[in-house]
Design a protein around this ligand. Structure first.
Ligand code: ADE
Ligand code: ZN
Length: 349
């Protein structure tokens, strides 16, 4: 016979699961090139006559057995080679927007890596136009707001980052800010201080990946030298008490990506993830998907993974969801409207 406890448990869990699936969400840490699902990648490869290291969806998924950041980045840049024309960038972006619209995502901020394309001979305009036009169409069709953030590849030189900034200036109104990604260790934020100063002078906001594989010192540099408004990942902040205090006092958001962290071995298993600890320390932490096609899940799956592993309750999910709207690069009116939408949802569920 099923005891009352056993009978109740699944009901309670499915309630939190339903809450996660249905609540209005914002995603703030998403590399658009990391949304390229093997099916679309292979069809673009065929359309453009590009030959890849894998010929089938199964072979591609098998190749996604990463052991660390570099083994992932090697495959990520290989996959990006299928993107050649404006339509390719449009199709990739559109596929992502359609997908997360179905998950009730109401605001997204999207990273793109122009140097991964311009270094292969694809024009900057081709890249940004394809992505931008998909975002405009998504806003119209899906009642969604969007922002575009241009990342500098930190394994390349500071001079190359400065050239890339110059290329975006004619499209200044299409982007909200700049970011810093790719291999973290050995490429500290200080290397990019000048280009971040130039970006700020152009009125752009700043974020940076820091404290993912790199030490807390890199998070300090991102704050003090690059003057970022948010830290991408930042999970290693917990090793430095003074840093935790600083992030808390200034309410600097951390855009955390749980499934990515496990696949890239930042944590051994999802049970070891420290997002609940960071949340309980009072930091403005958010849940995001990073590169969902490679790491096994979009934003909802990331929420569900930590909810199950760390036994998060409704209050935790509410706080994580609200933090993302508060941390968004949005005007006050839209932000207020989205927070109101979330609050009404939470009252009803
Ligand atoms: N580029 C794409 N995904 C990344 C990640 N998780 N860290 C650094 N650079 C990236
Ligand atoms: Zn990232």
């Amino acid at each position: 016979m099923i005891s009352p406890e056993t009978a109740r448990a699944p009901v309670r869990r499915s309630t939190v699961e339903a809450l996660i699936r249905n609540m209005p969400k914002a995603e703030l840490h998403l590399h658009i090139e990391g949304t390229l699902e093997p099916e679309l990648m292979l069809s673009l490869a065929e359309r453009n006559g590009v030959s890849l290291g894998f010929g089938t969806v199964e072979e591609a998924r098998k190749a996604y057995a990463f052991t660390d950041m570099q083994s992932f980045l090697d495959i990520y840049y290989e996959g990006a080679r299928v993107l050649l024309k404006e339509q390719d960038f449009y199709d990739m972006t559109w596929a992502y927007l359609e997908r997360v619209h179905a998950e009730n995502v109401r605001h997204v901020e999207i990273f793109f890596d122009p140097q991964a394309h311009t270094d292969r001979g694809v024009a900057f305009e081709t890249v940004i136009s394809g992505i931008h036009h998909a975002l405009i169409d998504g806003e119209e069709q899906f009642d969604m707001s969007t922002g575009l953030i241009m990342c500098f590849l930190r394994h390349l030189s500071a001079a190359a980052a400065r050239e890339t900034l110059q290329r975006v200036l004619p499209y200044r109104n299409w982007i909200v800010g700049v970011g810093l990604d790719s291999s973290e260790v050995g490429h500290p934020p200080e290397k990019f201080k000048v280009v971040f100063d130039e970006a700020r002078d152009a009125g752009l906001l700043a974020v940076a990946h820091a404290g993912e594989e790199g030490p807390p010192e890199y998070v300090w540099q991102a704050l003090e030298l690059l003057r970022v408004k948010r830290i991408d990942h930042g999970v290693r902040c917990i090793e430095d008490e003074r840093l935790v205090q600083r992030l808390k006092e200034e309410r600097i958001p951390l855009t955390v990506c749980p499934l990515s962290n496990v696949r890239l071995r930042v944590f051994d298993t999802i049970d070891d993830h420290n997002i609940k600890q960071i949340l309980d320390r009072g930091l403005c932490v958010t849940v995001n998907s990073d590169d969902p096609a490679y790491f096994g899940g979009y934003i909802t799956e990331n929420f569900l993974a930590v909810q199950r592993a760390l036994n998060l309750g409704k209050e935790d999910i509410h706080r994580l969801g609200r933090n993302a709207f508060e941390a968004a690069f949005l005007d006050e009116e839209r932000k207020h409207a989205l927070i109101g939408m979330l609050e009404r949802f939470m009252e009803r569920h």
